[in-house]
Each structure stands twice: as C-alpha cells, then as structure tokens.
Design a protein around this ligand. Structure first.
Ligand code: SF4
Length: 720
C-alpha cells in the first residue's frame, strides 16, 4: 500500500466528457488515477484512457529541450527531421528569438495572409485564447483554426443557422430524464464511455427507449429498442423521412412551432418527397423502422438527440445536422430537462477552444471578425489601433493547408495538432508541408507533422500546468499543476506570452502589458470581460466543481440546459433540404464504402495514447469487415489486406466482425503505420468546410505478411 505525498484533483486530458480525476503522487511520480464518488461529471467512473493513459508524461520519447533544425530548408524541398544530428538543442532564448525573427520576417515581406496557426483542442482555454490573440493582434491574421473544423464544424454551422447557438443544449447526465433518446453517428461506448454508461442506466434503470441510427453495429445497439442501419451519407433522407411521418401523422407540436419557430410552411412542402419508401431506397433502412422511430421520438414526453462525427463529417455535413435539428423544432423536444440537441464533442477541450476564439471567422465568444462592432471591441481590449484588426474571414484548417505555397501561406505555427495524421488525403497534406517556408511546432513529442518543423518548443503536459477545459456540456473545469514540468518544458500559455513579447519588440509595437500575465487565471478573467457567457467564470468559483456556461455574472449559477424560453436567434428556423449523395459512391473498381473513426483505447492521431501503455492494449490497426464480404473475398480474420482508394493505399489486418454491415468497412484513425487518412477525401462541405471523412469508395484485397511488415512509408511517426 503506497501512501501518496499528495492527491491532486484535475480533469481528464482525453475526451469531451471531462471526467474529474485525482492524481495520486509519490516522489513526484503519478502512480495511480482515481475519481471521487461525488464527482459531478462521472461519479467515480473512469474509462481505460482516464484511468491508465497518463504515463505519456514520462515517456522516454518526450522532448524537454527546445530544438532548432540545423540546416535551413528550402520551400518545396523540405523533409522530415528524425535523427538527432538534424537538430541542435537550444536555449529558450535562442529558440524563441529564432521563431519570432523568422515569423516577423515573413509577415513583413508577405503580410497577414502568409501567416497561419493551428490552435489545439487538447490545450487549455487560456492557451487557445492567447495563441489566437497573438496571430490576430500581432500578425493581423484570421488564419486561426483547430481540429473542431475536422469534427463538428457541420454541426456548429447548422446549429448557428437554425437557433443561433452551437453548444450542446443539455447536460449529458440528463439522459436519465429522457423517455426516448436517439443516438446517431456516435460509437458512444468507445468515444464517450462515461456518457454511454449514463445512457445504459437510462435504458436499464429508468425505462428509456433508445433509437440508434448508425451504419455500424456499435455497442449501443445492444441497448436499443430500434436500430436503423443506414448506409453512410444518407442521413438527410432518413431523418427527413422521420420529419415527413411526423408531419403527415400530425404528431408535431403545433403550439411550439407557432411560438418558437419560423419557415414551417415552406419546410412542410420540402419534406413531401421524403417518404419512408424514398428514404428506404437510398438509406437501405426498412421503411417500417423509419415510421416506428418517428412515432417513438415524436410521442415521447421528453426526447433527446445525441450525435457525434458520423453526422457532420460529410461533404453535406451541415445538411445532416440540420435534418436532426428539424426533428427537435417539429416536436418541441428542446428547452427542457432530458430533451435537446446534443452534439457530443470529441476532444477534452474542443468546446473551450472554440469558445476561446480558435476559429477563423470568430473572435472569442463567436463574435464575427467581419462585424465592425466586435472588431472595435477587440481592438480596444488588445490595445490595437482602430481599423487594424483584419475584418476578412480567415482560412479553415484544410484551406490553410491547401493555401500553402508561393503567394499563399508561408509560415505555420502548430500547437499540439498533427495535420499529417488528421487532415484528409494525407499525400496532398505531405506535399503541402514540404512547401512551407517556416514551421513552428509546440508539443510534447515530435509528431508526424512536427518532424517538418524548423523550431520545436517543448510544452508542459496537462499534469504540469494550470488552466481550464470546457467539456462537451459546457462545463468549465480546473486543470491543475500536479508535477513540475519535465526538463525545460514550459506551459503553453507561458511559451505564447514569451513569443508574443519578442514579436512585439521586433514589430516595434510596445504593448507588453498585455502579455505580462502572472497566471492563467488572469487570462481567463480577460476572456470573461470579452465573452459575456464566461463573465462569471472565475478560478475561485470552480475550485470544487465546474460551472456550465453561460455564466452571465459573478452570482450566476451556470446553465445546465439552454433555450427554455427562447433561442439566441429569437425563433428557430426551419431550412428546406435536398438530398445530395456522397461524392464517391461504390462502383466496380472501388466497391466498398469506407468510414473512419476512433477506438476506446486510443485518441485521435495517437500522439498521447501511442506513447502510453494503452498502446499495448491495442497496438495495431485493423479493418472491420462483415463476414459475408470477407467470405466472398476469401479473407480470414487476422489476415493482412490491402485497402486502396483513388488517393492512396495501406496494408493492415482484417477483423471479420458483425460490427461492420455488408458493403461498409471501418478503419480507426490512430495508426501511422496504416494511416486511414491516406484514403479519405478532401472534398469539403460548402458551408462548414469540413472534409468528407465518413464516406469514400475503397477496394479491399488480400495482402501478404511481408507487405504488412514493411509499410510503404507514406506517413512516418515522429521521433528524435
Ligand atoms: Fe477521460 Fe473521456 Fe474516459 Fe472520462 S470518458 S475518463 S473524460 S477519456
């Protein structure tokens, strides 16, 4: 029995559930993670990542000294730097001076459009607020984005268009107050395991009925009253057919629509063609199941909708999310406990990074950069001359990458993100990374993207710094420093402030008072003065439990569910929809639809989990393929297969499983040795600019063990 020197309460660094952790520390070493039974988010429960996935902090591959690439790289001829002799270890002064000098040189020569930054959904609110402030206030660039673009951008745009707010409307734990809840595009048991526990309790202990709509037989299907196994990319006809049934059978909430929605008459006309039979012909889902699901959802006292990336990650992701929003507006299942529109956020702080302004079209608090009043407000707050902040919308992540090259983006700053794993069509991304003139990387490890960097700034881990994360249901929670930063690594907020002060000096813009924060608490207070929803969030108020935004002032108790009386846009708006097929449909050459996603044991590009003991639990990629498809192709369980799309090819083992439906295969996104995004499409949703990760056409053929053992080096894991 070990007696800890101290137990430090903090928040999980992985998924958006935001579980409350206790780090048990002996001799400056975390030897155990637990959670208190009275933890407001997770009541003592943790998944495998939260309980065991913390040892990346001590991994031997972690970089704890600033590095500078020895030989300057020519744009177009850049390579990844993996060997020690390609870098030299530098002091912080040397590395920061070098980074600031090159960034300013490029800005002076090519202007704001040449500068871009990827902020980070793993970093704190304070880190993200400061990095977007640096690029906006000093480089006048709105080319500021992060991985929300690659996950829920379609949901955000649709929700903003329909009701004027993109946050999850209700608290996840309220699911026990739902009579019916619909889960779609979400493998909740693996991606949000603690919310899945609450959902299972709602079914088992409270009699709630679950409707799952998903192309895969995910674990939640075992708990479902109805499973609608749709083909990928057919959400609009399926959910519009549910709307059609609700309208035809007059199950809609006439009073709610009259009081709180507009555009109903036009919407009703647009839904006429979406009969259950028409939806069946496109989605493959039995028309009777569609009718039953519509009746079940509409006639419930309280019904909720939960969705994840299977909805927005399409070239028509905004329409998909809109088709779900229509169901809530039709029935009035919103604005009460146990109801609502609930996009489950992926990473630990994707909600907070978005709130903090790590987006190209918005200042913190979703205030548009092209709105004159908002721009003047931030100019005043950031001591910038009137008219100096850029009023043009910036580029999104995938647009930033496409714009790299002469006359476009020349300098990129990556904080914790890894486009060489997360962007679609990675062969294209690699070509663009090679074209950069200057790359700053700020991270714990040299990941696949950081290996292209000119300067590497070693960051402290979440266990080594103070800050806040905002979880999927808008709860702002404390992150606490439990350990001293390893080696020379520093907290991201300190790195950014040090870099900003050097840039200001080189630009001859003496505003240093605005970077001389004494603590992250001061950063959050500045953000609270600019973002009304965070006005009442103070460190002193979230010592024990977080607060759910909006928190309008110092006495406001926070907001468990939204829209009780009205929407931020006033009335909710129906938007007539058309069905637009996915860009690539299966054909003779590429007969399968590939969908990609996450596993319980890993997280995103794998930078953290693949440097933890979780990697031993699930060490290699497998493609899920239905037994009928496998038998036809003479593929056995565990056999190597080659998967090819029009953009690339990978080799990995087959997992012959009923989790996959016939004609649909699934590959997890975490494994560099078989990087799923070598296959995916970079076609974007026209409104949200989110890529089509969830549907592209592929071919699957048997491969050899030799081909599996020698991946063709399309993407390489960073190392030093
Ligand atoms: Fe961490 Fe999410 Fe697991 Fe909770 S459910 S322990 S937040 S990874």
């Amino acid at each position: 029995m070990i007696t800890p020197d101290r137990i430090v309460p903090t928040t999980c660094p992985y998924c958006g559930v935001g579980c409350n952790l206790e780090l048990h520390i002996k001799d400056d070493f975390v030897y155990k993670v637990t959670s208190p039974f009275d933890a407001v988010v997770n009541h003592g429960n943790l998944c495998v990542k939260g309980r065991f996935g913390y040892d990346f902090v001590y991994n031997k591959d972690r970089i704890t000294t600033p590095l500078i690439r020895k030989t300057a790289q020519e744009p177009g001829a850049r390579t990844q730097a993996f060997d020690r002799d390609q870098w030299h270890e530098a002091s912080w002064d040397e590395a920061l001076d070098y980074a600031a000098g090159r960034l300013v040189e490029i800005y002076r020569r090519d202007g704001a459009d040449a500068m871009a930054v990827y902020c980070c959904a793993k970093a704190t609110n304070e880190d993200n607020y400061l990095l977007q402030k640096l690029f906006r206030a000093l480089f006048r660039s709105n080319n500021v984005d992060h991985c929300t673009r690659l996950c829920h951008a379609g949901s955000v745009v649709a929700l903003q268009m329909a009701i004027g707010s993109s946050a999850m409307s209700n608290t996840a734990a309220e699911v026990i107050h739902s009579d019916v809840f619909l889960v779609t595009g979400s493998n909740t048991a693996e991606t949000h395991p603690i919310i899945a526990l609450q959902m299972k309790a709602a079914v088992a202990n409270h009699g709630a009925k679950l409707i799952v709509v998903d192309p895969r037989r995910v674990e939640m299907v075992n708990w479902a009253a109805l499973w609608l196994p749709e083909k990928p990319g057919t959400d609009v006809p399926l959910f519009s057919a549910m709307a059609h049934v609700i309208i035809k059978e007059e199950l809609y909430n006439r009073d709610f629509i009259e009081r709180r929605a507009e555009g109903f008459a036009e919407f009703v006309k647009s839904m006429e063609k979406f009969t259950p039979a028409y939806a069946e012909s496109i989605s493959g889902v039995d028309r009777n199941l569609i009718v039953e699901a519509a009746r079940m959802y509409a006639t419930a006292k309280n019904a909720a909708i939960y969705w994840a990336l299977g909805i927005p990650e399409h070239s028509h992701g905004t329409d998909n999310a809109m088709s779900l929003i229509h169901l809530a507006l039709l029935t009035g299942h919103i604005g009460r406990q146990g109801t609502g529109l609930n996009p489950l956020r992926g990473q630990n702080n994707v909600q907070g990074a978005s709130d903090s302004g790590a987006m190209p079209w918005h200042y913190p608090g979703y205030q548009r950069v092209d709105d004159e009043t908002a721009a003047r407000k931030f100019e005043h707050a950031w001591n910038s001359e009137p008219g100096s902040l850029n009023r043009r919308l910036g580029l999104t992540t995938t647009e930033i990458m496409s714009a790299v090259g002469p006359g476009g983006v020349r300098a990129l700053h990556l904080m914790g993100e890894n486009p060489m794993m997360s962007e679609p069509n990675l062969n294209h991304t690699r070509h663009k990374m090679e074209q950069l003139e200057f790359l700053v990387a700020q991270d714990l490890f040299i990941n696949e993207s950081d290996a292209y960097a000119d300067v590497f700034l070693p960051a402290a881990s979440w266990a080594e710094k103070e800050g806040t994360f905002t979880n999927t249901d808008r709860r702002v929670q404390r992150v606490r420093k439990a350990l001293e930063p390893r080696g020379q690594s520093r907290a991201d907020w300190q790195i950014i402030c040090d870099l900003a002060q050097r840039i200001e000096k080189k630009l001859s813009r003496p505003q240093t008072a605005f970077w001389a924060y004494q603590s992250p608490a001061e950063v959050l207070e500045e953000m609270g003065r600019l973002v009304p929803e965070y006005a009442g969030v103070k460190y002193s108020r979230i010592e024990k439990e977080g607060l759910q935004t909006p928190v309008w002032d110092d006495n406001h108790p926070g907001t468990p569910y939204l829209f009780a009386e009205t929407f931020p846009s006033g009335k909710g708006k129906f938007h007539p929809l058309e069905y637009v097929p996915s860009v690539e449909m299966p054909d003779d050459e590429y007969p399968f639809i590939l969908t990609t996603g996450r596993l319980l044991e890993h997280w995103h590009g794998g930078t953290l989990t693949r440097h933890s003991k979780l990697d031993e639990l699930y060490p290699e990629a497998r493609i899920e393929i239905n037994p009928a498809d496998a038998a036809r192709l003479r593929i056995e369980d565990g056999q190597p297969v080659r998967v090819s799309s029009r953009r690339g090819s990978i080799v990995l083992r087959a997992w012959v499983t009923q989790r996959a439906t016939v004609g649909v295969v699934f590959i997890p996104m975490h494994f560099v040795e078989a990087a799923a995004n070598l296959l995916t499409l970079d076609t974007l949703d026209p409104l949200a600019k989110i890529p089509e990760y969830k549907a592209c056409a592929v071919r699957v053929v048997p491969a050899t063990k030799d081909q599996l053992a020698r991946p063709e080096g399309k993407v390489q894991r960073g190392r030093y």
